[in-house]
Design a protein. Structure first.
Ligand code: SF4
Length: 263
């Protein structure tokens, strides 16, 4: 039987992801440094020593650059503002090291959910640091199909307006929240459909509700499009009658639409 997964968003620490990211970068930095110092001295590799030295030095320099990327992430989060020119470096650092972070976390027996939840928190904080405000037409809300009550007979995946707003699940409240703000909402069944919705609507920003795994892969796929993620609760286990913190959703809407340009 599946374990119920209750909301832990509030308890999530950004430091889980950032600590693992630091560890991953340092491991690569120290590893390539040690390799450079010891292995390239081996007389048996005299033939290829030059090539190896150049390659490892390149890795060393790149890793030092990614260490700067990590520092940029921490400074951005601390100061709650984006510094010009650092966006690219932060994005590449996360994209390249995210799989390594998951592996290091696995080795340290930290659950993938915990790391991904922490990553979503880091991402949300980076999004909040950007001075971006959009009109309601430029914002897209993506919902997972598991928010819909499993007994609901209406097909709202292709058209969320098919929801009769009976109150049987949170979709009715979410549709009201997005509708009152003029924000387009799409219910999607997975990453492919989410990508299609983003291509179709070409939003300037996205608010996405989903589980940790789908949210993190969606955020990474969508870089540099700003995606504010809200992790869902799974009181009945994964992918069944999930729920979401409506306060967190409202906060995400407010962040993007506050001081909005006219729609
Ligand atoms: S609010 Fe009612 S009609 Fe709408 S998706 Fe939920 S159960 Fe179906």
């Amino acid at each position: 039987m599946n374990e119920p997964v209750l909301s832990a968003t509030k308890k999530t620490r950004k430091r889980t992801f950032l600590g693992l990211l630091l560890l991953a970068v340092l491991l690569l930095l120290i590893g390539s440094g040690v390799y450079l110092v010891f292995f390239t001295r081996d007389p048996y590799i005299a033939f290829s020593r030059g090539v190896v030295t150049v390659l490892v030095t390149a890795v060393l320099v790149l890793t030092a650059l990614f260490l700067c990327g990590l520092l940029a992430i921490v400074i951005t989060i601390m100061h709650e503002r984006t510094f010009r020119g650092l966006g690219w470096l932060m994005e590449k650092t996360i994209l390249l090291f995210y799989p390594v972070v998951l592996q290091v976390g696995r080795f340290l027996q930290i659950t993938q959910d915990k790391i991904q939840r922490s990553f979503i928190e880091v991402n949300n904080q980076l999004v909040r640091s950007r001075p971006l405000k959009v009109s309601s037409r430029e914002l897209l809300l993506l919902l997972p199909h598991c928010l819909q009550d499993s007994g609901c007979p209406y097909n709202i995946t292709r058209n969320i307006d098919n929801c009769r707003r009976c109150g049987g699940c949170q979709v009715s409240e979410i549709v009201s929240m997005s509708g009152s703000r003029g924000v387009k909402a799409e219910m999607v069944t997975g990453g492919t459909m989410a990508r299609q919705a983003i291509e179709e609507h070409a939003p300037q920003a996205v608010v996405a509700l989903a589980c940790e795994r789908d949210l993190s892969s969606g955020v990474l796929d969508s870089f540099p499009l700003p995606v504010m993620g809200v992790v869902n609760d799974r009181p009945q286990g994964p992918c069944l009658n999930t729920r979401v913190d409506l306060g967190a959703l409202e906060e995400a809407f407010d962040h993007f639409l506050n001081k909005q340009r006219p729609a």
